[in-house]
Ligand binder design. Structure first.
Ligand code: SAM
Length: 410
């Protein structure tokens, strides 16, 4: 493997530096545009890179685990170019689908830290390791700090570890979803061995001692000390164990503001892939809403929240698989506006139905610029005109980006 000097010209979509060489792109982990790097090169990747010229945009990472931990990829880049890079990811995805539209500046929405985290635990001899996987590895980093998480999760890391130790399999990993709620932590273990049942008394005792709100294992609630409540714009919701909620409150609010502005004065709105009601509960204050969601737990959580809610207009819901059974043209007729917020796979089948519908306004929310661009292309080809595209940065230092796009039919 020959060593040579290369110059980084751009950041890739995962945050690696890219040098464009005569033999193709070379990916350099941890390098920034403008930097020159000395490294061995094999299969398009730099090995043991040494940065020779530093970028003025390079900053000190804020976490002691950063070098190893795969949870973050861009702590070493200053905020302004970091937000610009996220903006570029969205613009590029649109460009790849032939959509030439000015993308708004990235809205930072990481304040307060992530209230929802998925950690992994495993055994290392007699110890328990709890954290995230190392960069490009299956090994776990045992985290003692994590500046991107809500502080209440960080201060509970030791407690979570001792809880996980009760049911860790001899080999393999345990997934732990943690949600910081107004009543304390909601902890959901996933992929626990059946044998955990003998540890239920010990787990229950620990949950109470640790002051956590609820513990669930493999989707079943084991003990609810207090309902793990989230305040959704004044309405209390108790999410399903391990269920989806926006990872930061700041992003939930930023996305909701953009969704509400997007639907404008619509009187009837369909909220598709509605989860536990992040948008529907807010939209219900200004319009009649029909929420559609595929996950039974999320639908049940939404139903309960609706019963507690006051002063909403008519809000209805249904459980439905929108990949297999999107709302078809006739079903879309009653709506002035449709909001959709699918998982990473996007909403192709639904976009195809919207493209032949008469719905005036579509607000597309996405966590994947590539599938969003595909769905926007379908809508634009069906006669919609883009009004705005706004990236929202919910996952600090990661390559993830949320986007809200508003389209109208003339
Ligand atoms: C990105 S989340 C958005 C949830 C909600 N809009 C929010 O902001 O909290 C995507 C949602 O789509 C749901 N979902 C995934 N696949 C689905 C499908 N095939 N049909 C309907 N809903 C689905 C998930 O359960 C999840 O609630």
């Amino acid at each position: 493997m020959s060593e040579r000097e290369i110059t980084i010209s751009e950041l890739g979509h995962r945050g690696d530096g890219i040098a464009l060489t005569e033999s193709g792109p070379v990916y350099v982990s941890g390098a920034l545009p403008g930097e020159t790097v000395r490294a061995g090169i094999a299969e398009g990747r730099a090995r043991n890179p040494i940065i020779e010229t530093r970028s003025p945009d390079r900053i000190e990472p804020i976490c002691g685990h950063y070098e190893r931990c795969g949870g973050c990829s861009l702590q070493h880049l200053a905020e302004k170019p970091y937000l610009a890079w996220k903006h570029g990811l969205v613009a590029k995805a649109l460009g790849d689908r032939g959509i030439d539209f000015p993308v708004s500046e990235t809205v930072p929405a990481t304040e307060g830290g992530r209230r929802r985290a998925v950690l992994t635990a495993t055994r290392a001899g007699r110890h328990t390791v709890l954290g995230y996987h190392e960069k490009a590895s299956h090994r776990l980093v045992d985290i003692a700090e994590c500046p991107v998480l809500d502080p209440s999760i960080v201060s509970a890391l030791q407690g979570l570890k001792s809880l996980a130790a009760e049911i860790l399999p001899k080999k393999g990993e345990l997934r732990i979803a943690v949600l910081a709620t107004t009543a304390g932590l909601d902890v959901a273990f996933d992929k626990a061995d059946k044998g955990y049942e003998s540890r239920i008394p010990a787990l229950s005792r620990k949950i109470v001692e640790l002051g956590f709100a609820r513990l669930s294992v493999n989707g079943e609630v084991l003990l609810e000390v207090r309902p793990p409540m989230l305040d959704m714009n004044g309405i209390g919701i108790v999410p399903a164990p391990g269920g989806f909620v926006q990872a930061t409150l700041a992003a939930e609010e930023a996305l909701s503001r953009l969704v509400l502005a997007g639907v404008g004065k619509a009187k009837t709105v369909a909220d598709l892939f509605s989860g536990a009601g992040t948008f529907a509960l807010r939209l219900g204050a200004i319009a009649n809403v029909h929420a559609v969601e595929g996950d039974a737990g999320a639908v049940a959580a939404f139903d309960k929240a609706l019963r507690r809610a006051q002063g909403l207009k008519k809000v209805t819901f249904e459980r439905r698989d929108l990949f297999r059974r999107p709302l078809v043209r006739g079903e879309l007729e009653p709506y002035d506006a449709v909001v959709f917020d699918p998982p990473r796979a996007g909403a192709q089948a639904q976009a195809e139905q919207l493209a032949v519908s008469k719905v005036k306004t579509v607000v597309a929310v996405s966590c994947n610029p590539a599938t969003l661009a595909r769905d926007l292309r379908i809508l634009i080809d069906g006669g919609y005109v883009l009004q705005s595209v706004t990236p929202v940065d919910q996952f600090a230092f990661s390559p993830h980006i949320e986007v809200v796009a508003v389209l109208k039919r003339e």
